[in-house]
Design a protein around this ligand. Structure first.
Ligand SMILES: Cc1ncc(COP(=O)(O)O)c(C=O)c1O
Length: 391
């Protein structure tokens, strides 16, 4: 593990920044260039021989991208971070680079639906077998291991029920078996949870969410030891889903306030969950910070805070749920999370509109289910907005 330099916000502000740039600018320049020129052919030779390390072509790396990667690695307290054009690009490139025909992957059933879709419908075409196991069924996870199992992939917390994977128990199952454990930690962030400290091999985030934090970029990142990330970085040079330099800059900028935003998301998430739980019109609330959540004790053990996503159920009626959302004045309807603006979504009509009702209910997506992602607006304003809309 890379030694951390200073506290979390000190690293968020200073790590990775290119301060020795020729203009002396305190902010890292956006190096908006697809190519990097050589002073002469001798320099090309030296690059090819590995005598000098320098930039060459945008798909192979860019200074602004590398700065953002160094900051993210410092926050996750690991050796390396590789940035991608989206969270899905991080997931698909990572899995493609590590899996070969004949391999087997185990994935938990309430992983992000596009990740599941990739494993079920795409990897299978390349002769890579996939077993989907019930989240938190540790016996089923252990029983799914085969001699050719190469990867165990899961998320924690999950969407939309915020189930928590017990990372200590995972370590007990996978340690010493030569199977790579990958965790999508998007909903937790490196502020609230450090899966690598629990023996997870690679962590993935959709940086579109809390890391970017301003609902203005798409990106993804994979983090871990260099021996694991190097082949993924090499593979990315071929698959090409690289982050744009301007996007890398937005990420660098957004990360400077990361801890402040997370403190606010955690506080407001908890207060909103408690408010909703006592409201007579709310049937059930799912939030890992509530004692009523089935994984509250595990969450308390391995997380610092529980984030800004609160899922709840109104009466089991689509129209009642949609009318409630239409009455909101500050909270906007939209399918993301982790940004400064609060967003609310009705999974049955937004993310799962292409499923028939039976399929949707089998996945636990009921008619009255609502997912709220609190932003950093004043907590009392968010609660007042919910209260008037529920009334
Ligand atoms: C847990 C999780 N992982 C991955 C992704 C994909 O990220 P992106 O939208 O940046 O491709 C999402 C998107 O919602 C997500 O929620």
């Amino acid at each position: 593990m890379t030694k951390s330099k200073g506290g979390f916000s000190t690293r968020a502000v200073h790590s990775g920044e290119i301060r020795d740039n020729r203009f002396g600018s305190i902010t890292t320049p956006i190096v908006q260039s697809s190519t990097f020129i050589f002073q002469g052919i001798e320099e090309v030779r030296k690059l090819a021989q590995g005598v000098v390390g320098r930039f060459e072509y945008g798909r192979y790396g860019n200074p602004t991208q590398f700065a953002a990667e160094a900051k993210l690695a410092a926050l996750e307290e690991t050796e390396d971070a590789v940035l991608f054009s989206s969270g899905m690009s991080a997931i698909t490139t990572t899995l493609f680079s590590l899996l070969y025909t004949g391999d087997h992957i185990i994935i938990t059933d309430d992983a992000y639906r596009r990740t599941l879709q990739f494993c079920k419908k795409c990897l299978i075409r390349f002769g890579i077998d996939c077993t989907i196991v019930k989240m938190c069924d540790y016996d089923a996870i252990a029983a799914a291991i085969r001699p050719n199992t190469r990867i165990f992939f899961s998320e924690s917390p999950t969407n939309p029920y915020l189930n928590i994977m017990d990372l200590d128990r995972l370590r007990g199952i996978f340690q010493g078996r030569g199977i790579l454990v990958i965790s999508d930690s998007t909903f937790a962030t490196p502020y609230n949870q450090k899966p690598l400290e629990f023996g997870v091999d690679l962590v993935i985030h959709s940086a579109t969410k809390y890391l970017g934090g301003h609902n203005d970029l798409l990106s993804g990142v994979v983090l871990g030891r260099k021996e694991l990330t190097n082949p993924i970085r090499e593979y990315l040079k071929t698959t090409g889903g690289v982050i744009d330099p301007h996007c890398a800059y937005l990420l660098l900028r957004g990360l400077k306030t990361f801890e402040l935003r997370m403190i606010r998301h955690n506080e407001t998430g908890q207060a909103v969950a408690e408010f909703l739980e006592q409201h007579p019109k709310v049937h059930r609330v799912y939030y890992p910070g509530l004692p009523s959540h089935p994984h509250h004790e595990v969450a308390k053990r391995q997380m610092k805070g529980f984030g800004g996503v609160v899922t709840f159920e109104l009466e089991n009626d689509i129209n009642a749920a949609l009318e409630f959302m239409n009455r909101l004045k500050i909270i906007n309807i939209g399918p993301s999370l982790g940004g400064v603006e609060s967003l609310i979504t009705h999974p049955a009509s937004i993310s799962y509109y292409d499923h028939n009702k039976e399929e949707r209910l089998a996945l636990g997506i009921t008619d009255g289910l609502i997912r709220l992602a609190v932003g950093i607006e004043n907590c009392e304003d968010i609660i007042a907005d919910l209260e008037q809309a529920l009334g």
